[in-house]
Design a protein around this ligand. Structure first.
Ligand code: ADP
Ligand code: MG
Length: 549
């Protein structure tokens, strides 16, 4: 039989494990590995920095339900990849980081790019490992995939020394591993299902919160069915948006603060009571609020406040149990309840406040007008990648999602610099979908060079840069001493994409924004609309500060 080297065994094993794309940067010692992966039928997306490549891999895990894979060179490249590992860790996304490493026999000798890679990855991963031989690479990669997917999804690091990559063995000696099946789906105990429904039935002011765990579980059909059957008001977390459409009649997104603050029973479906949900505590939540909590992770139950009923398992499986129980004993929350009356009043108030800002014709423009134009220009089923503090926060309410896993943003870790990478991953995975990346100028800068990656792979993403010349707020003209938050005023990010064959638009006026956006959306090459806004533009006044302290 023929001799096989480690690289070939890795490439074949990844294909065998259902990996369709690898995101990374090649160099010593993984140069040929990427080509071998291509030969096995895996698409390779070469980035300009491992940071962006690793973000792309993490979100690929979220979008596909198989681990996203990032390939890096040794030392500094692997260290850049920790950016994506930590982002996957915080968001509970399945991901593999494959890090090249120097030859094992040079370890502790000061080898080229030698670093404590296994240790560096460890705090962010479920497993940090290094195959012991070429023969057993398939088993290590199968375990890596299984560890990333089963239980709470997360990241895995696999170290690949040069001698393992280049080492050869006879094909008959390779211990091939079967493809890891999708995770087993576990249900809740029937008495807990009954208790959950009884707790919701007993509520005066119930609320459902849909998180990205429900989106990851692909539970959209079951969650929609439950919400419609019970007629309960619901809110989505930032990336839970779209599991049930944002424009659904039962959405209370426009009454978010009130809904959180006054609810007496909350059903959390795959969402954590962390900083994004203000820890579930007063003053943002009612003291004594009862929580019905559905999560795949037992340790998550009771975080920050005690749980009334715990439903531990897969969101899709457990929502089916709840729907089945409702089928035998139907129950609906009354549309004429005082709670719905209060929520509707808050929704109407809030929508009236925002309406003026959405239609404001002033020059320079504010965020709301720009985002309203973006909302009107994008297709209904666009995947929206969004980041940048105000752009993302305001965009969360103005830009609508109608399908699950169609909103990608800075997420649990609040990571800036993910937007372009997420858009590239989404466009690679869904070639027939429109992908739109809406971000601030500072967020754009973290990985701005990756527009070359989008152009090189002919991914017709539309980037919208909402440009206020700085972080948070900017300057109209640069003062003598450069303020820490300021960037070059009126920077021509639109010209950056043109350097690589993309199409750029520079917009300062609301009249030309809509036409520019529509032309950009229809472009066959990647496009970037650079929209100048008032450097002092802000979010509408909020009842609470964004960060609960
Ligand atoms: P969000 O940011 O939308 O609130 P989080 O990332 O904080 O979402 O929480 C998502 C939760 O979903 C995590 O606690 C995770 O354990 C859980 N989760 C992941 N996969 C599943 C699944 N298949 N079924 C149920 N829960 C899941
Ligand atoms: Mg800015």
């Amino acid at each position: 039989m023929a001799a096989l080297d480690g690289r070939t065994v890795i490439a074949r094993s990844l294909k065998q494990q259902g990996i369709e794309q690898i995101f990374g940067v090649v160099g010593f010692p993984v140069y040929e590995l990427a080509e071998m992966a291509q030969r096995e039928g895996i698409e390779f997306y070469g980035f300009r920095n491992e940071q962006a490549a690793s973000y792309a891999a993490g979100v690929a895990g979220y979008l596909t339900g198989r681990p996203g894979v990032c390939l890096t060179v040794s030392g500094p490249g692997m260290v850049h990849g920790i950016a994506g590992l930590s982002n996957a860790w915080a968001n509970c996304w399945p991901m593999l980081l494959l890090g090249g490493a120097p030859d094992s026999y040079q370890r502790e000798q000061g080898a080229f790019q030698e670093a404590p890679q296994l240790e560096a990855a460890r705090p962010f991963v479920k497993l940090s490992t290094r195959p012991d031989s070429v023969a057993r690479i398939p088993a290590y990669l199968e375990k890596a995939v299984r560890t990333a997917l089963y239980g709470r999804p997360g990241a895995v690091y696999v170290d690949l020394p040069n001698d393992l990559l280049t080492g050869e063995i006879d094909e008959s000696a390779v211990k091939w591993a079967a493809r890891c099946p999708p995770p087993p789906r576990s249900c809740a105990l029937p008495q807990d299902v009954t208790a959950a429904l009884e707790t919701l039935r007993g509520a005066q002011r119930p609320l459902v919160i849909v998180g990205k765990g429900a989106a990851y579980a692909r539970a959209e059909t079951e969650v929609q069915h439950f919400i419609e059957a019970t007629q309960l008001p619901f809110l989505a977390s930032p990336m839970g948006k779209g599991v049930v459409a944002d424009d659904h009649a039962l959405s209370v997104a426009s009454a978010r603060s009130r809904a959180l603050q006054e609810a007496d029973v909350i059903f959390l479906i795959g969402a954590r009571l962390n900083w994004i949900m203000h820890f579930g505590m007063a003053p943002r939540f009612a003291p004594g609020v009862k929580i019905v909590q559905l999560d795949i992770t037992p340790e998550e139950i009771g975080t920050n406040i005690p749980t009334e009923v715990a439903l531990v398992g897969d969101a899709g499986a457990i929502m089916s149990q709840l729907n089945a129980a409702l089928g035998t004993t139907p129950w609906k929350f009354s549309a004429s309840s005082p709670w719905w009356r209060d929520l509707r009043a808050s929704i109407a108030d809030n929508e009236a406040t925002v309406a003026g800002m959405l239609n404001d014709d002033s020059v320079p423009m504010g965020y709301y007008r720009v985002l309203r134009e973006v909302r009107d220009a994008i297709p209904r089923d666009a995947i929206i990648s969004s980041e940048g503090a105000n752009t993302m926060d305001i965009g969360r309410s103005v830009l609508l999602n109608h399908s699950a896993r169609h909103r990608l943003d800075a997420g649990t870790f609040g990571t800036m610099g993910v937007g372009i990478a997420f858009a590239i991953a989404a466009a690679a995975i869904y070639p027939r979908k429109k992908v739109v990346c809406v971000e601030g100028d500072s967020a754009f800068g973290f990985s701005g060079m990756e527009v070359e990656t989008a152009c090189r792979y002919k991914l017709p993403i539309t980037f919208v840069v909402i440009n206020n010349n700085g972080i948070g707020s900017g300057v109209s003209e640069m003062p003598e001493v450069v303020p820490p938050y300021a960037y070059t005023p009126n920077a021509r990010y639109d010209q950056v994409i043109e350097a690589f064959g993309g199409k750029g638009y520079y917009v300062t006026n609301p009249d030309t924004l809509g036409p520019a956006l529509r032309e950009a959306m229809g472009s066959t090459v990647p496009s970037l609309v650079n929209v100048m806004i008032n450097p002092r533009a802000t979010r509408k006044p909020q009842k609470f500060a964004w960060l609960t302290r």
